[in-house]
Design a protein around this ligand. Structure first.
Ligand code: KG4
Ligand code: ZN
Length: 339
């Protein structure tokens, strides 16, 4: 029988310090996440310097905790994986330095993983049977893209946002409504009580053949409604505004994904990234994929937002191909997955 490959992964790209231990592609032995959300809440967004310091305070403790939860010793690990970009440089450096020190001292291979690749692999973590080709809609706080994959580790970009990422637009709209941070989950909940047709907000199609996205127009339209109401001393129905914003954003995301799947002749659609946790997006994409005879896979909610298990899963497939990083691995804040 083949020996299990056990990977420890570290994720510190933004505001979650996370460490996971994964056996083979999907057996999660530990998946620990220390969220910094309460720390950044009073500033209405992530403060990079605070994030790095918090990662530094937490990371060694979480490594020990993950090992304890997995019931393993350092000697039983087969590789160390780490997110090396994209993200906040100081935050990434904490994970990269920790991973390098561990891998070097234990004599193990080091695997640098792209954070977005990790989000995509949350799908294989939950469903290792997924087969190629796939079309993946990546929707996170920093990225919005449609990506085609014909094999592990190969990414073909069909389109991406020209301005705000979709999660960024959710967070900015929620902040303007005074709803707090992070805004995505709050808006998602609020929109359930609203009427999505109450406000006529723009949809940025960017031309019939474009798979690119733009969310700054709809964001600005919401801000204009809020400002004009404030000037008139009126109160807007925020649930209606949230639902209308969500309808505009989700309609564009879903229809472009369906069009790309149809034109590429791809049956398997994947959803990935923090905004993949959005209930309306999941509902609408499920409905449209069913109507068009496409299969849809979405990671379970707990693997949509940042975690290290998804990083370990992406590393598993790289390790299987014999890949590893060298000791010069560094944090790359604007690391690209596709050119
Ligand atoms: O992927 P992620 O955890 O971090 C990045 O890699 O950026 O995504 C975080 C983003 C935030 O903008 C957050 O507001 C959004 O995902 N988000 C949501 C939901 N849950 C998280 N947006 C809409 N609806 C949600 N339920
Ligand atoms: Zn993320």
């Amino acid at each position: 029988m083949q020996q299990r490959k056990i990977i420890m992964a570290i994720e510190t790209s933004c505001d979650e310090t996370a460490v996971a231990v994964l056996a083979n592609e999907s057996e999660i032995l530990a998946n620990i996440i220390s969220s910094q959300i309460p720390l950044h809440q009073e500033y209405g967004g992530v403060v990079p310097e605070l994030a790095s310091r918090h990662h530094l305070e937490q990371v060694n403790r979480l490594v020990d905790l993950a090992l304890e939860e997995a019931g393993l010793t350092f000697q039983e690990l087969n590789a160390i994986a780490v997110t090396y970009g994209p993200g906040l440089v100081g935050a990434l450096l904490v994970g990269v330095s920790t991973a390098k020190a561990l891998a070097y001292s234990l004599g193990l291979p080091l695997l640098g993983v792209n954070h977005i690749e990790g989000h995509i692999y949350a799908n294989w973590l939950a469903n290792p049977e997924l087969s190629f080709p796939v079309l993946c809609l990546v929707v996170s706080g920093g990225h919005t893209a449609l990506i085609r994959m014909y094999d592990h580790g190969h990414y073909e970009l069909l389109g991406q946002t020209q301005d705000d990422a979709v999660g960024e637009a959710y967070d900015k709209v929620a902040r303007a409504m005074g709803l707090g941070y992070p805004g995505g989950p709050i808006l998602d909940k609020l929109a359930k009580d609203g009427n999505g047709e109450a406000f006529d907000l723009p949809r940025a199609w960017l031309g019939a053949n474009s798979f690119d996205f733009s969310f700054s127009g709809v964001k600005t339209a919401v801000l204009n409604h809020l400002n004009q109401a404030a000037q008139r001393g009126e109160k807007l129905n925020l649930a209606d505004l949230a639902a209308s914003f969500q309808c505009s954003v989700v309609e564009v995301l879903v229809e472009k994904t369906i069009k790309a799947a149809k034109e590429s002749g791809i049956e398997q659609v994947l959803l990935a990234g923090g905004v993949a946790a959005n209930s309306y997006l999941r509902e609408q994409l499920t409905k449209r994929c069913a109507e068009e005879g496409k299969k849809l896979a979405c990671p379970p909610l707990k693997y949509c937002t940042d975690n290290a298990a998804m990083i370990a899963c992406a590393a598993h497939y790289r390790l299987k191909k014999g890949e590893s990083s060298d000791w010069y691995l560094n944090a790359v804040p604007n690391l690209k997955l596709y050119s």
